[in-house]
Design a protein around this ligand. Structure first.
Ligand code: ZN
Length: 463
């Protein structure tokens, strides 16, 4: 008989249906920020404007593992079983819970709970339930109910934040039923003006850190959030939150549209998922907000030497053009493909040491030198996506210390990677443009309305 040992991993940590999530109370409506809540079928009459400093809402600080919910999922929720199984069974079912402890195997758990091994074997041999029970994680909860005669009658566990698997034990077989928790969505509109930092402005607008980071990521291609943010910059966002109807726990949060004004210049972004399920952010006319290339192939690195055609070489000590940019970074720091492309060189290359060269379409190529190591599994001819790790910072070849030497060529000519105008990533596909415009129109109207409200507030406070 197979016996399954518990493991200390929390990767399959089961969330109880009413598990107390970590909640943070966020004050909203603070000076500079304003906050509107609407139901999913919003109309102008549903707008609740909170205009005082005392109102609070609860927003989960940490979201449960993200499922990629499509909007169609949300609409379909619970249609399969309109009368919730859980509600039906609640009056007669008394659920018991056992928390998996260190050293527990399913056999030990069944012994401790005085349950029959026949039922355990049924769980471990059934192809649906064995997936769940083959690994027990410490802290996970085994939830079950007993019949009047003390036999195992029911077991349940969560498949996702919204789906629960119920297993009914009969004399001959296991009966499986899945129930879906009802969810609803709401649209949250928010805006804030930056007085000291983006994160503070985000807090004032009632956003979680993650949501604020998402806004920075969306506009990070146009705005350098480390250097360019000014006092008086402001943003608006329209956010869709999916919540469990039973306790309003937010299980998914997406920025549908956002607008950021930086130093007087305004950028807008609309989230769009095409019929094939690809999601990205676009400008109102359907251009990508992304560039085809990352500005820097290493994160959080310092530029230690710029593009300079008359530089004195630090090792050779003579004038030699520096046709790239150097990023000082710790040895082993990941180097990422600046753009999607194909590896056309992977190997030693004279003073460059261990080097990777990528070709991106017909015009562009990028070069990454002085690597300590290449990313395993990649070879000449391999295709990479933008942001994929291709190697690690080192000082192979002619180098005085660990750094990445990065070159950017357009039609074979070296360009300054810090200044070259980076081409836009691909715009929305033509066949989806109409659908996109239909999606974006109401969202842009909401952004516009937020702007007007902000203007009115300014007028009201400075008559
Ligand atoms: Zn260099």
């Amino acid at each position: 008989m197979r016996d399954f040992k518990s493991s200390p991993s929390f990767s399959h940590h089961r969330k109880k249906s009413k598990a107390p999530l970590i909640l943070s109370i966020l004050a909203i409506g603070i000076a500079g920020g304003s906050f509107w809540l609407m139901s999913s079928e919003e109309s102008e009459h549903d707008v609740i404007t909170t205009d005082n400093n005392s109102q609070t809402i609860t927003v989960p600080l940490t979201l449960p593992p993200q499922r990629s919910l499509q909007s169609s999922d949300i609409k379909q929720s619970n249609q399969t079983e309109p009368a919730s199984e859980e509600k039906q069974s609640t009056p007669s079912t008394t659920w018991k819970q056992y928390t998996i402890a260190s050293g527990d195997s399913l056999s030990k758990v069944f012994d401790k709970l005085n349950l029959s091994h026949k039922d355990m074997n049924a769980l471990l041999t059934n192809k649906t339930s064995k997936k769940h029970f083959k690994v027990l994680n410490i802290g996970e909860i085994f939830e079950y109910s007993l019949s009047d005669s003390g036999q195992l009658a029911l077991v349940r566990y969560d498949l996702s934040p919204t789906k629960t698997q119920h297993i009914h034990f009969t004399d001959h077989e296991l009966i499986f039923k899945t129930t879906t928790r009802e969810t609803h969505t709401r649209i949250v509109k928010t805006s804030a003006t930056i007085s000291s930092s983006l994160s503070l402005a985000g807090q004032e607008a009632g956003l979680s850190n993650k949501q604020t980071m998402n806004i920075a990521n969306i506009f990070g291609w146009d705005i350098d959030f480390a250097l360019d943010i000014r006092k008086g910059d402001h943003f608006n966002a329209v956010i869709e939150e999916t919540m469990l109807s039973e306790d309003d726990t937010v299980i998914e949060s997406n920025i549908l549209a956002a607008q950021f004004t930086n130093h007087g210049k305004t950028f807008r972004a609309i989230r769009y998922t095409d019929p094939k399920g690809n999601t990205a952010y676009y400008t109102p006319d359907g251009k990508s907000l992304k560039r085809a290339f990352l500005r820097s192939p290493v994160k959080f690195a310092r530029v230690s030497s710029r593009f300079n055609l008359k530089r004195k070489h630090p090792v050779l000590n003579k004038i030699r053009a520096h046709k790239g940019v150097d990023y000082a970074a710790r040895s082993g720091t990941a180097i990422r493909a600046a753009g999607a492309g194909k590896i056309i060189h992977r190997g030693r290359k004279g003073g460059y040491g261990r080097t990777v060269v990528l070709k991106h379409g017909s015009q562009y190529s990028t070069l990454y030198a002085h690597m300590s190591n290449y990313k395993r599994g990649l070879k000449h001819g391999s295709k990479v996506r933008q942001g994929d790790i291709i190697g690690y910072v080192g000082q192979s070849g002619l180098a005085t210390g660990p750094h990445l030497h990065y070159e950017f060529r357009v039609n074979g000519v070296h360009k300054d990677p810090l200044r070259v105008k980076l081409p836009q990533a691909k715009p929305i596909k033509k066949q989806y443009l109409n659908d996109f415009l239909k999606t974006s129109e109401p969202l842009l109207a909401k952004l516009e309305l937020l702007d007007q409200n902000e203007q009115n507030q300014l007028l009201a406070s400075n008559p």
